[in-house]
Design a protein around this ligand. Sequence first.
Ligand SMILES: NC(=O)c1ccc[n+]([C@@H]2O[C@H](COP(=O)([O-])OP(=O)(O)OC[C@H]3O[C@@H](n4cnc5c(N)ncnc54)[C@H](OP(=O)(O)O)[C@@H]3O)[C@@H](O)[C@H]2O)c1
Length: 389
Amino acid sequence: MKVSILGHGVVGKGVWEMLQANSGYTVRTVLVKKGEKTEDFMTESFDDVLVDDSELVIECMGGIDPAFEFTSKCLEAGKSLITSNKALVAAHGIDLMNIANRKGVSFIFSAACGGAIPILQNLLRARKTDSIIWAGGILNGTTNFILDSMDCKGTSFDDALAEAKRLGYAEANPTADISGMDTMRKVMLISMVAYDILPNFDYNIEGIESVSAADFEVARSLGCTIRLVGKCGLSDSGRLYAYVEPVVCSMAEAYYSIHSNTNLAQYTGKNAGLMSFMGQGAGRYPTASAILRDVTSVAEGQKQMLSPKCLVGFACNSSKECEHKYFVRTDAESMKALSSKIETEKVVCEKDGLVFAITKAVTVKDMHDAAAEVRRKGANIFFAAAKEA
Ligand SMILES: NC(=O)c1ccc[n+]([C@@H]2O[C@H](COP(=O)([O-])OP(=O)(O)OC[C@H]3O[C@@H](n4cnc5c(N)ncnc54)[C@H](OP(=O)(O)O)[C@@H]3O)[C@@H](O)[C@H]2O)c1
C-alpha cells in the first residue's frame, strides 16, 4: 500500500519509522513545514501529496486549520484517511465521514483516543452485539502524571507540570490538558463511536487547575487519591450524558492504581460487564503503533468508525445516572452559600479558613453549576466526585 504522511513531528516521525520497518507499505510523500525539507521523500507543498499516487494519507499535523482543509481534500481526491487528531475529529469527524462515504474510501481515527489503547475499535465491535452502558476513564496522561506526582511525591502543581513538559508528556501549551478539554474531546470520540451521538458544547468539564496539596492531604486522610476522569453513557431515558471531572477514589477503585502518565479506558457492556484497557495513552511509538493498527484495518477493508446516523446531541447531565456525592473544598462563607443548594453529608475537616466536606448525592449538572456560581463571586473551590469517600 502506498502511503503519504502529513506532519513530521512526534507522531509523524514514529509512523514513518514504523512504516519503513513493515514490508508491504511504501511511503510516497511526507509533508513538512517550510524550511524543514531534508530528504527527497519530503515536501513543503501540500499539493504534492494531493497529486501523488498514495492510496492512504495519515494526518499527524494536529490542530484544525489547515488539517481539516487538507484531510477533506485528500478524501475528495479518493485517498483513504487515518488521523490521530482528536481536535479535528471532535470538530469535523461527521463532515469527514460524509466525504469518505461519498467517495467510498476509509476514514479511521482510533489513535485519536487513548494512544496505544484499543478502546475505540473495541467499542465499535462490542456495540454490534451488546449495549454500552457507559464508557470513559482516565484519558489524559499529562493530568494523571501531575496528580500522581502531587500525591506520591509531594510535588507542587507547577513543578509537576514542568516535569511533564520536560519528559515530553505535556504540550508547550498544556491548557487543553489541564482544563479537561483534551479529555472531553476523547469522550466526544467515544460517544460518537459507542452511541452515534456527538455531545455538543452544553456539557460539564472540570479540569485540575484548582487542585492543591491540601486537597491531596485531606483525600489521603480518607484513604483516597485524586484522578481526572471523563465519562459518557446513556441514561434510563436513553439520553446521553457526558462530562469530565476530578474523582476522589479509594484503593478499591481501579483509578487509584493508575500511576504516572498511564491511561485507563473502560466501558461497561450490558452483557460483557466492566472491560478495562490500561496502557500508554500518548507518546511517539505508542501512538504510531495505534496508527499502524489502523493502517492494517484499512488494508483489510475497514471503511468507517462512524455511522451515517451519527448526529450532534445535547448532553443531559441532570439524569440519575449522573448523581453522586462530591468532595468539596472552599472557604467557610462559600461553603455556607453552597450548602443552601447542595446538602452537606459531613464536614471532613476545617483548616486555614478552608472547609473540606462531602456532599450528599447531587447531579453532575447541579454540582458544576454551583461551583461556577462560587467562582463567579470570586472565591476558589475544588470539587471531585466522591463515590466511596
Ligand atoms: N504526541 C502524542 O503523544 C499524541 C498522542 C495521540 C494523539 N496525538 C495527536 O497527533 C497529532 C500530532 O501530534 P504530535 O505530538 O506529533 O505534534 P507535533 O510534534 O507538534 O507534530 C506536528 C508536526 O506537524 C507539523 N505541521 C503542522 N502544521 C503543518 C502544515 N501546515 N504543514 C506541514 N507541517 C505541519 C508541525 O510543524 P511545526 O512544529 O513546525 O509547527 C510538526 O512538525 C495531534 O493531533 C495530536 O493531538 C499526539
